[in-house]
Structures are given as C-alpha cells and as structure tokens.
Design a protein around this ligand. Sequence first.
Ligand code: 5GP
Ligand code: ZN
Length: 122
Amino acid sequence: MSTSDLTPVTAPDCLFCRIVAGDLPATIVASTPRVVAFRDIAPKAPLHVLVVPRDHHADIAQLAAADPALLADLVRLAHEVAQSEADGQFRLVFNTGVDAGQSVFHVHAHLLAGARLGWSPG
Ligand code: 5GP
Ligand code: ZN
C-alpha cells in the first residue's frame, strides 16, 4: 500500500491513523510529507518517540515488502530526531506481533535515546 498523491492510506479505527490525521492529540516532534514522529504517551527512556508512516501498514514486515523507500524515510526521520533531541545515539525497536509486544497494529518505530540504555528484552 502506498500512494502517489500523498493522500495517506488509512485503516478504520486505527489509533495511529487518527493521530496522523490530527483527529486525536499527540505531541508531534517532527514530520515530513510521509512520516510523523510524536512522543510516546508512556515513555520508557528520557527520549521516547514513536515514528510512523502516514500510510497504514500493520507492521515493519508489511511496510518493508510494500514500500521499502518509506521505511528508509522513517529511519531517516528517526535519526534526525535523535540528533535534534539527544546526542545522535539511539535505539529503534519495531515490536512485531503480540508476543513481541506489539499492541498498536500500525507500524511504528520506538525511538529510544537520551541515556545509556539497558538491554533485557527477554
Ligand atoms: P507497541 O506496544 O505496539 O510496540 O507500542 C505502542 C506504543 O504506543 C506504546 O509504547 C504506548 O505507550 C503508545 N501509545 C498507546 N496509546 C497512545 C496514545 O494515545 N498516544 C501516544 N502518544 N502513544 C500511545
Ligand atoms: Zn493506521
């Protein structure tokens, strides 16, 4: 799924589609015509920003298959936010599937930065 006219592909009742559309409030920190970055409502690190494509794709695997250039755009914006809001070092996490911790099925990168991060996902 992707669009040529920059009209986002949306899914009904998708939380992040509604945030991207401006129908629900969020603290937007950066955006491009195809990607939006906003603060996570329950931050797990000093900097915890969600970076999402405006188009609806369920997870990173579906996004990579459908529109790899959009995935690259997303990573690029995450890097820019890590540079502007932290020191440029960052972790990107894409929870993919319920057992991996995914609760919102609109692909989103968790951009985590701003501290020496622990590593204990298991
Ligand atoms: P997941 O569990 O799918 O990997 O990540 C979903 C993330 O969305 C969680 O970190 C959660 O805190 C965040 N989240 C859930 N609802 C909202 C909301 O309404 N606004 C914002 N900004 N973040 C949300
Ligand atoms: Zn969506």
